[in-house]
Design a protein around this ligand. Structure first.
Ligand code: SME
Length: 156
């Protein structure tokens, strides 16, 4: 499990030290990726200005061909379209799944948002089936909320 309290504290300290969202997003991905063996691929996608595509900001794991994902496509695009986090226990059951690697079995997408305004998402893939729990989701939500605070502050 990711220790969200610890990571949120670290991200706030970075904010206090003047670091911008770009640095926070990279640090968060690095920390999450080493936090648990179930987290095989971890990345952040940001919604473009038009609000119709997710662009891959940074990741740890195997290279992916999905640098850009249209809203509505795959697990990632569905999260934005429905404005809901996605916890998919078995990706093989989805019709519109965008495969990153043939080994991935489950996926968790947690939105980076300020209320109804969506900035992007944290995306996790696992090679274990049904790898992600509600505890993972709420821990990652706390991290996503801290990232959203900095992104919102830069857009004011
Ligand atoms: N599986 C995602 C695509 C992103 S890769 O996992 C890195 C999806 O279906 O949207």
């Amino acid at each position: 499990m990711i220790d969200a309290t610890e990571l949120v504290k670290e991200l706030q300290e970075m904010r206090d030290g003047g670091f911008l969202s770009d640095a926070l997003l990279r640090q968060a991905v690095k920390r999450i990726a080493v936090a648990d063996d179930r987290y095989d691929w971890v990345g952040v996608y940001l919604l473009n200005d038009e609000g119709d595509e997710l662009w891959l900001h940074n990741y740890v794991g195997e290279p992916t061909e999905h640098a850009k994902i249209a809203v509505g496509q795959g697990v990632c695009g569905t999260a934005v379209e429905t404005k809901e986090n996605q916890n998919v226990p078995d990706v093989s059951e989805l019709d519109n799944y965008l495969a990153c690697s043939p080994h991935v079995q489950s996926e968790l997408v947690v939105l980076i948002r300020a209320g109804d305004e969506i900035f992007g998402q944290i995306d996790l893939d696992s090679e274990e089936p049904a790898a992600f729990t509600e505890k993972d989701e709420s821990a990652l939500e706390a991290v996503a909320d801290k990232l959203a605070e900095q992104i919102a502050a830069e857009r004011r």
